[in-house]
Ligand binder design. Structure first.
Ligand SMILES: Cc1cc2nc3c(=O)[nH]c(=O)nc-3n(C[C@H](O)[C@H](O)[C@H](O)COP(=O)(O)OP(=O)(O)OC[C@H]3O[C@@H](n4cnc5c(N)ncnc54)[C@H](O)[C@@H]3O)c2cc1C
Ligand code: FES
Length: 282
């Protein structure tokens, strides 16, 4: 008998791999595979979207999708240990099962971004969906649809940088143009020291026709927006991703609204122009 699946029903996924990303072990990346082929076929996503991830008996929470849809059959989430659900998740291992609802929300505006240079700016664990975007753009079949790709990524210390192996690969191939920075250096760090908005001010070209995509902690975002304004990026070509508290993830419970807009459905990706039309509640 076929059982109809509603929007609140998670599909099962298996943890294939757990990678400890940061030296304090507070952030881990989970590689997940679908148990059922039909669930894999139905899960069509684009960079910027999120999913509700559940641990049985603990609950569920929203997480940005860190993998790129160009890698078939695999979903990755990079998760910071914050409370009940994420602590339980951090205890889980290869072979354990979790639930997934999604994909949810809006992607980055990829069609509008086509043919333009991209300036991708991230800090902290909010870099996850930007990493999805970068890998999507770098994919051979997609690369010619976008212009120059510049990435500014910052963490508090070198040990808190995510995806260190991938950063090294990008650095070696020189595409994207990568600028990694840390607030405070330690150990044998030979890279840049300084906060993300300052680095953006140093390395970013004037806006011309480019899009900027910004995901990071509130202070980083606030000061970065000032720099982008100075570089004449119009609000229509600055994209942000909001992390409001959420429950249903599908526009039904009213938990995440800003004015009449539901962040889980119309967002989490918004242009600055769209956000300025909403009440300043985010
Ligand atoms: C669209 C979206 C994408 C997200 N992507 C990621 C991601 O890629 N990786 C990741 O680690 N986290 C991400 N988050 C945040 C994550 O959903 C929360 O940290 C989640 O509540 C953790 O669940 P928990 O049960 O472990 O913690 P909880 O017990 O729910 O809370 C732990 C602490 O975090 C605070 N908190 C809960 N939700 C949020 C929130 N949305 N923003 C700020 N503080 C919050 C609580 O007030 C509390 O202090 C995302 C959130 C949204 C809305
Ligand atoms: S989380 Fe329920 S309406 Fe957005």
């Amino acid at each position: 008998m076929m059982i109809a699946k509603g929007p609140y029903v998670p599909v099962p996924m298996r943890i294939e791999k757990v990678t400890v990303e940061t030296e304090d072990r507070s952030i881990k990346t989970f590689d997940l595979s679908f148990i059922h082929k039909e669930d894999e076929r139905a899960f069509r996503y684009l960079p910027g979207q999120f999913a509700q991830l559940s641990v049985f008996g603990k609950g569920e929470a929203p997480f940005g999708i860190a993998s790129s849809p160009t890698r078939a059959g695999l979903l990755q989430f990079t998760i910071s240990r914050a409370g009940l659900l994420t602590s339980a998740l951090h205890q889980m291992e290869h072979g354990d099962l979790v639930g997934i609802r999604g994909p949810l929300g809006s992607s980055f505006p990829l069609q509008e971004m086509e043919g333009r240079d991209l300036l991708v700016i991230g800090g902290g664990f909010a870099f996850t969906t930007l990493r999805s975007l970068i890998n999507y753009v770098l994919e051979r079949d997609n690369r010619s649809r976008f212009g120059k790709l510049t990435v500014v990524y910052g963490a508090r210390t070198p040990g808190m940088l995510l995806y260190k192996g991938e950063l090294e690969q990008w650095r070696q191939r020189d595409d994207p143009k990568l600028h990694v920075t840390v607030d405070a250096a330690n150990g044998d760090w030979k890279g840049r020291v300084g906060v993300v908005p300052d680095v953006v001010g140093d390395v970013a070209a004037a806006a011309d026709d480019a899009y900027a995509v910004v995901c990071g902690p509130p202070a980083m975002t606030r000061y970065t927006l000032l720099v982008l304004e100075r570089l004449h990026f119009p609000p229509e070509r600055v994209v942000l991703s909001l992390e409001m508290k959420m429950k249903c993830g599908i526009g039904m419970c009213g938990r995440c609204n800003i004015g009449s807009s539901y962040v889980c459905r119309e967002g989490p990706a918004f242009t600055l122009a769209e956000l300025r039309r909403l009440p300043p509640e985010y």
